[in-house]
Design a protein around this ligand. Structure first.
Ligand SMILES: Nc1ncnc2c1ncn2[C@@H]1O[C@H](COP(=O)(O)OP(=O)(O)OP(=O)(O)O)[C@@H](O)[C@H]1O
Ligand SMILES: [Mg+2]
Length: 259
């Protein structure tokens, strides 16, 4: 009898343990906003091959701000562009949430980008014929929202970035810092789960940089992953994690003679 009870207890504990393990695995996967699995990128120009990023395995979790730092040409934008589904890897796989994006068609990638990813490009990439307000509205219009609602939401965000008085200006009539604020606002308008920023504070003064970073920090706490390429030491205090990039390789430890 005692033996039977012991066996029952043993089976019960085993089942409970397995259930907990499965739950833990699920939560762990849910927390991963994007990952590279042996993903690398090479560029071929003529006879030469440039290894922009060596095969890399790394995960980015929601709720975290990750800084990518490293010297010029080390592969930071390449890593960010792979995560942002802007380029395809030449090796390995890239995952956004639970979708393997490496082999998705251009059309499906564009849809995924529009729904899940916000990207602040190194050179802003604002659309020249559109004014500041229209640039911020644009992702919502592409998602099928009415002009009226898109305008309302874009105006709210533009106000938050203190750009209301410049909303009708074309990008060429805005300063670098103002263009950058509009680019950040545009990347936030769709409430993306994965926010990728290439030097988002490079042209910003102390006040605007603080404002942008506090906003990004709040967003990361709302179950988002925020990944920022930067040379800006002012951002260190906002980072949950720093990844160092050097000659196409990444490391979680600082690389000597770099940065
Ligand atoms: N489209 C391309 N064609 C050929 N080579 C490229 C291309 N894009 C990037 N590279 C090369 O890949 C390497 C990594 O470039 P990447 O833009 O990722 O560097 P980075 O770390 O972002 O540099 P920076 O800090 O100057 O922006 C560089 O040697 C660069 O010249
Ligand atoms: Mg770059």
């Amino acid at each position: 009898m005692q033996r039977f009870l012991f066996l029952q207890m043993y089976i019960f504990v085993c089942i409970l343990f397995r259930k907990c393990l499965n739950l833990y695995r699920k939560i762990k996967i849910m927390n991963i906003a994007a990952r590279l699995k042996n993903a690398g990128k090479e560029y071929k120009t003529g006879d030469t091959t440039i290894v922009a990023l060596e095969p890399t395995t790394v995960e980015f979790r929601t709720g975290e701000i990750t800084l990518l730092v490293g010297p010029s040409g080390s592969g930071k934008t390449t890593l960010l562009s792979l995560l942002g589904c802007v380029i395809y890897p030449t090796a390995g796989d890239v995952w956004v949430g639970d979708t393997c994006v490496s082999k998705l068609s251009e059309k499906k990638l564009a849809k995924l980008r529009l729904q899940h990813i916000g990207f602040v490009f190194q050179g802003f990439n604002l659309l020249a014929p559109l004014n500041a307000l229209e640039n911020v509205m644009q992702p919502l219009i592409l998602q099928g929202m009415s002009q009226k609602n898109a305008k309302k939401q874009a105006l709210e965000l533009i106000r938050l970035f203190n750009m209301e008085d410049r909303k009708d200006n074309l990008p060429r009539n805005l300063s670098g810092g103002q263009q950058q604020r509009i680019a950040v606002a545009r990347s936030l308008i769709t409430n993306p789960q994965l926010l990728l920023c290439d030097e988002p504070t490079a042209s910003l003064d102390q006040f605007s940089a603080k404002q942008v970073m506090e906003m990004l920090r709040d967003l990361s706490r709302e179950n988002r992953a925020v990944i920022i390429v930067t040379h800006d030491m002012r951002l260190n205090k906002y980072a949950d994690r720093t990844i160092y990039v050097s000659e196409g390789r990444i490391s979680e430890e600082p690389i000597e003679d770099e940065i």
